[in-house]
Design a binder for this molecule. Structure first.
Ligand SMILES: [Zn+2]
Length: 157
């Protein structure tokens, strides 16, 4: 068994929609980034790589590369899973937290879980997505950006 942890943060830009957990969410702002800036999928991808001590997202998918410009972060997630599988592991379960003051994410959580479960080839009950606010404090609270944290447990396949 291996455990991995991932953290990511992206700042808001002007126009929406917002992409979180592979789901398009109607909102007046989107997240800025070289890819589609899906902060949740980036945290999970980082956790997968971390569990295998393979470095981080930036090492595997450099934001200086044109290959990854505006890329769908689901592609990065699936690429990271392939690396995990090469090492002889499969996902046991993942647990994640998104910290966002706005928008309200509850209506989209199950759809995110479904997308992530499909990409990681696990059942939806192996994927936990939680969302919280920071009670108005810090950059999330000032609606300057969104952060996400993920923990993943890998099992021998
Ligand atoms: Zn990111």
């Amino acid at each position: 068994m291996r455990i991995g942890y991932g953290y990511d943060v992206h700042r808001f830009e002007k126009d929406g929609p917002l992409i979180l957990g592979g789901v398009e969410i109607p909102f007046e702002k989107s997240l800025a980034g070289h890819s589609d800036a899906d902060v949740l999928l980036h945290a999970i991808t980082d956790a997968l790589l971390g569990a295998c001590a393979l470095g981080d997202l930036g090492k595997h998918f450099p934001d200086t590369s044109e290959d990854y410009e505006d890329i769908d972060s689901r592609v990065l997630l699936r690429d990271a899973l392939a690396l995990v599988e090469e090492k002889g592991f499969a996902v046991g379960n993942i647990d994640t937290t998104i910290v966002a003051e706005k928008p309200r994410l509850a209506p989209y959580i199950d759809e995110m879980r479904q997308v992530i479960a499909r990409d990681l080839r696990v059942d939806i009950d192996q994927v936990s997505v939680k969302a919280t606010t920071s009670e108005g404090m810090g950059f999330e609270g000032r609606i300057e950006g969104i952060s996400a944290r993920a923990v993943v447990l890998l099992v021998e396949s």
